[in-house]
Design a protein around this ligand. Sequence first.
Ligand code: FES
Ligand code: FES
Length: 148
Amino acid sequence: MKLLINGKNTEIKSNTETPLLWVLRDELGLTGAKYGCGIGVCGTCTVLIEGKAERSCISPVSELANKQVTTIEGLSDEGTHNVQKAWMEIGVTQCGYCQPGQILSAVDLLSKNPKPSDDDIDDAMSGNICRCGTYNKIRSAIHLAAEK
Ligand code: FES
Ligand code: FES
């Protein structure tokens, strides 16, 4: 089958019941989305499906025909999306493992709520776990992106 990934129609050879995360990483070499829990609870595998943040570890590709999938690699040319720029300005990243998922969840939040409050941010981002505890900086970066 074919998937629409980062704006390109892409032929997939994996079994259609394979979760998207493994297709992205193992078949297509798009390693921005990370493996954390594999059961939809940590958020590190987050991608955008039709602009909405989704867990790629529990999204079989059979459900993704004709849907736009955006990974961190396809969010912008050279990290120029407002959320990525805010992330760099604030210096959010520590080890980096969770950050592609965090950024894509923030993009989804801002598309629905362009001026989120702290509570809105905490609520929307609660499914993205960061072992390095970058939560305060994530909140600051989302406020900064909202001003851009
Ligand atoms: S690896 Fe997908 S939610 Fe944890
Ligand atoms: S930056 Fe290390 S897990 Fe989030």
